[in-house]
Design a protein around this ligand. Structure first.
Ligand code: NAD
Length: 275
């Protein structure tokens, strides 16, 4: 459960986290995060745009678990890109989460002025206020641009990834440059084509696991960080029970062949133009 991957600066990131995008606010939200903590998750992924930083912060505080045991990620939204705006957005995020530092802060999309936002993040990182800085939805060209022009290259990039959209080229690029790969939508956002895929169903029955567990195991074996979301207590637990079995090389290869290049979500470029 506490398996980690190491960022380029040596920080250990729990490879399994809990995403909180679109979990219904109020009792459902609180119950879901409590169930995740109960199941052993310590890594939580939110963003300003999700509108639930405050709710997440308050459940984490109420748990009584020391802050240092949690790994908390948030993201700067497109409208807050730019040097001063990003610094301001960061302070607001800290206030909402009721914490004094973030484990990870990401630029949510490569919108206009992302370079200036990155400069602000580099400073916050150097001041010890963020442990890992990175990006989300960045293409290779954006990563290359920062690598060439910034002082600190991104340590992680969070991108849509699942067996039907494996991002193989970008993955290999990131491995080469020590940029960790984090998958959003690791379960294809619950899409049935994926969750009922006969190849995955076959593996699930072999291991007496669910297809979701097979997919999460595949991500782990690829060295990818996953943050599956659910508000169903049974599934929250199920998604954490992926450390007691393994896939063979051959099964990894079978899943590799399922890549059809199908996104289950909108192309992030859409957000950049029209957030
Ligand atoms: P996901 O792939 O985690 O899918 C979640 C959906 O899958 C659930 O709503 C449910 O319908 C289904 N599901 C979950 N567990 C299941 C199980 N065990 N069996 C069957 N179905 C199951 O998709 P997501 O929520 O979009 O992505 C996860 C997290 O990634 C988000 O919560 C958020 O934190 C982050 N995210 C980031 C971005 C970005 O632009 N950076 C975009 C989307 C999501």
């Amino acid at each position: 459960m506490h398996q980690t991957v190491e960022a380029a600066n040596g920080v250990q990131i729990p490879q399994l986290g809990f995403g909180v995008y679109k979990i219904q606010k109020g009792a459902v939200f609180d119950r879901s995060v409590e169930a995740a903590i109960q199941s052993g998750y310590r890594h939580f992924d939110t963003a300003k745009i999700y509108g639930n930083e405050e709710a997440l912060g308050s459940v984490l505080h109420r748990s009584g678990i020391p802050r240092a045991e949690f790994f908390i990620t948030s993201k700067v939204w497109t409208t807050d890109l730019g040097y001063h705006a990003t610094k301001k957005a960061f302070e607001q995020t800290l206030r909402k989460l009721n914490v004094t530092y973030l484990d990870m802060y990401l630029i949510h999309f490569a919108g206009p002025r992302y370079e200036e936002a990155w400069a602000a993040m580099e400073e916050l990182y150097s001041e010890g206020r963020i442990r890992v800085i990175g990006t989300a939805n960045f293409e290779m060209e954006h990563l290359e641009h920062l690598k060439k022009n910034a002082c600190i290259p991104p340590m992680i990039n969070q991108i849509e990834t699942h067996p039907e959209f494996q991002q193989r080229e970008l993955h290999e690029y990131m491995v080469r440059h020590r940029i960790l790969h984090e998958a959003w939508g690791p379960l294809g956002q619950g899409n049935k084509t994926l969750l009922e895929h006969p190849v995955l169903v076959g593996m699930a029955s072999k291991y007496r696991k669910s297809v979701a567990q097979i997919i999460l195991r595949w991500h782990m074996n690829r060295g990818v960080i996953v943050i599956p979301k659910s508000s169903n207590i049974q599934r929250i637990k199920e998604n954490s029970e992926i450390f007691d079995f393994d896939l063979t090389e051959e099964e990894m290869e079978h899943i590799r062949q399922l890549d059809t290049g199908t996104r289950y979500s909108v192309n992030p470029t859409g957000y950049m133009v029209n957030p």
